[in-house]
Design a protein around this ligand. Structure first.
Ligand code: SF4
Ligand code: SF4
Length: 461
């Protein structure tokens, strides 16, 4: 663009640093309808998931306090940290690749901030206060009973929804049963949980009633990354300046002088982040598609083809070429496939019970009473299931004596346990200094591991 001064400041902040409140005009159109339908499914998924149980266990749980996680019915504990770490790296690569190709499509269609703001809170606001012009008027009007009623009702509903989100958030962390228990008993019975829900809810209320688009333009790290992730081949919500310029009102006398943009400003009026997409791709644009719908409606009226604002790459608009696969996209895709393969292999090869037996460091053997020799072993057990598991250790040598140090080895659900045991042999049964042994670990009566190890006795003369 020739003049880029709009990039020096945020469209929602004055030169003096004061907030400019955005009153986006009510939207309608095919993209808005599609987003409404899609949001309905996303919201249903968000609110219903904590209620879904498989074999009486949650379908999803992120209990950071007890370090127990359930994703799509699969249980994970702290021992699975490496899977989470790899999953996180895979997600980052996916986001980078996806953004490089499709820009901020996630922001417009699936980001909880946009979905809640545009599809829940904004719709309620339109319903109670009316469209942009009426909202502006109401905000400027003195506080009378009508204004008090509208504002009071709006904020009451907003806080109610924020409470619902706060409780749902809690249900993802501690489970739906615990959350229902918390809401059914006085706050003093579960003060920490109560305070947490209120804090979550107040944050959500503040974000959706006051902070709004600032969350995307000032706080969101994903938005900040756009500068490095987007390139001229990235598909974004873009204004076709080749077709649209020079913009101007339709002059009946000299229509050939103007491009297709009639400079009606409707695309600006509907923008929830208060920008003018005709200036080019901007950090503030969350790709919500409102300007596409708005401009399409104008194009229909002036009988020009739709798509003056559309999903397109800047290069595609300039050169009038279609989407192109760049070396960067190929590189990201290869990396993503490799990471996804490793991640899936790790996930599928995860055992329900993992056992590792090692000889304890230090003394090789110990002389015991009654002419016996002992070796000390260390066992690490991981339970990746929902149930507690009783564990049994057997040795494949009838002369060996097994002695557990401490109580029985039982393995609580989604936990890691360390235990120690001794293997003892009478001196006369020790055939060589180093004897091969097989240690079998049984969990719930089933063999889960057959480990080869050694028993070290005193040197033979
Ligand atoms: S410029 Fe268009 S797509 Fe971007 S935020 Fe504004 S209305 Fe949404
Ligand atoms: S809505 Fe379309 S025609 Fe109107 S100003 Fe925006 S780009 Fe131009």
């Amino acid at each position: 663009m020739e003049h880029e001064s709009f990039r020096d400041h945020l469209s929602t902040v004055t030169q003096e640093g004061k907030r400019i409140w955005v009153y986006p005009k009510r939207q309608k159109g095919r993209f808005y309808t599609a987003r409404t339908v899609f949001s309905f499914f996303l919201l249903a998924f968000l609110f219903l998931t904590p209620w879904i149980k498989i074999d009486s266990h949650p379908f999803m749980l992120f209990n950071v306090f007890e370090r127990k996680f359930i994703v799509l019915g699969l249980a994970f504990g702290p021992q699975d940290f490496y899977i989470f770490a790899l999953g996180f790296v895979t997600l980052v690569v996916f986001v980078v690749l996806f953004t490089a190709v499709f820009g901020r499509i996630f922001c417009g269609w699936a980001c909880p901030q946009t979905v809640f703001m545009e599809m829940v809170f904004r719709k309620i606001e339109y319903f109670i206060e009316g469209d942009a012009a009426q909202q502006r008027f109401l905000d400027k009007a003195p506080f009378d009973s009508s204004k008090l009623l509208k504002k009071g009702l709006k904020h009451f509903i907003f806080f109610g929804i924020a409470l619902l989100i706060g409780n749902t958030f809690m249900a993802y962390i501690v489970g739906i049963d615990e959350t229902l228990h918390m809401v059914s008993f006085p706050p003093t019975d579960h003060l920490t949980g109560f305070v947490s829900v209120i804090v979550f809810s107040l944050i959500f209320y503040f974000v959706f009633s006051k902070f709004r688009e600032q969350a995307c333009t000032i706080v969101c790290p994903y938005g900040r990354l756009q500068g490095v992730l987007l390139d001229p081949n990235t598909v974004v919500v873009a204004y076709d300046n080749v077709r649209g310029e020079p913009r101007g009102r339709t002059e009946k006398a000299t229509p050939e002088k103007n491009g297709d943009c009639i400079d009606c400003h409707l695309c600006v009026a509907v923008c929830p982040t208060g920008i003018d997409i005709r200036n080019g791709t901007q950090l503030e644009c969350v790709n919500c598609t409102s300007c596409i719908d708005a401009c399409d409606s104008i194009m229909d009226k002036v009988e020009k083809p739709r798509g003056l604002i559309r999903y397109a790459s800047m290069k595609g608009i300039k050169d009038k070429v279609k989407f192109k696969v760049t070396p960067r996209i190929i590189l990201y895709s290869v990396l993503l496939v490799i990471l996804l393969s490793i991640f899936t292999t790790l996930l599928l090869s995860r055992e329900d019970v993992k056992v590792n037996v090692l000889r304890a460091p230090g003394k090789l053997f110990q002389e015991m009473p009654e002419g016996k020799i002992s070796n000390l072993y260390h066992v690490k057990l991981v339970n990746n299931t929902f149930g507690d598991i009783p564990v049994e250790v057997k040795i494949n040598n009838p002369d060996a004596e097994f002695k557990l140090i401490g109580k029985d080895i039982s393995l609580p659900s989604l936990d890691v346990r360390d235990a120690e045991f001794m293997i003892l042999f009478s001196k006369d049964k020790i055939k060589s200094t180093v004897m091969q042994l097989n240690i079998q670990i049984y969990a719930n009566g089933k063999i889960v591991n057959d480990i080869k190890t050694t028993f070290i006795g005193p040197p033979k003369n």
